[in-house]
Design a protein around this ligand. Sequence first.
Ligand code: ADP
Ligand code: MG
Length: 235
Amino acid sequence: PPPGEPVLVVRDLSVSFGEVKALAGVNLSVPSNGVLGVIGPNGAGKSTLVDIISGFLPQATGSVELDGRPLNGLSPTRRARAGLRRTFQQDRVPAGLTVGAYVRFVARRRLSSSEIDEALEFFGCPPAKTPLRRVDVGARRLVEVVGHLLARPKVLLLDEPAAGLPHEEHVALGLRLRQVPARFGVSVLLIEHDLDLVRSVCDTITVLDFGQVLASGPQAEVLANPDVLKAYMGE
Ligand code: ADP
Ligand code: MG
């Protein structure tokens, strides 16, 4: 997209599960070469948002555009091929592989060993030859992130990537994620519960609460918004 134009635009997304309106009329956009943080209390609809954008909840209404191209009606696989990838909140890593083999499996693309080694090192992951079953759950999720980034999508949707990592490692991860657009050429939508992590990464933030956008804009403005503080204090 032209400089300053968003790479991912979401308009008027809604979905219900029976009586529960999980999302109602959500609008947001991910800046090209940037990171948008999407925060909100538990149950706000953050994971549902990722499921819709990535095509796992086709019954939702509204529109999703990647780089000016409408994605509505496309399967998750077609969306991935179009340049939109995602991680899952749960650990989905198959056991019997090495770290390097898992990166290749996730990327589904020809990669050089040095490219893999450098990206693993950047994220503080164990070396490529390490068996995955010897890697902690938190670090395994970062190995998955490395695989997605090396696939060079236009946008990567990260659903709580710090889950499973000790809290003192969250800000370090944030500082790495902040460099992702420049280093990998990938824009990021970061779903996160931990405000400290989001603070260390995102210039722009959208806050979800009860399935609706409560606030959206520059970090300093959003995190000083009394409604946002109230939504978090109710936890
Ligand atoms: P978050 O990720 O922000 O914690 P979720 O997107 O997981 O929130 O959930 C939003 C709301 O939708 C919650 O009330 C949750 O219970 C409900 N929900 C999510 N997925 C389903 C589903 N598959 N079936 C029924 N209810 C769901
Ligand atoms: Mg969630």
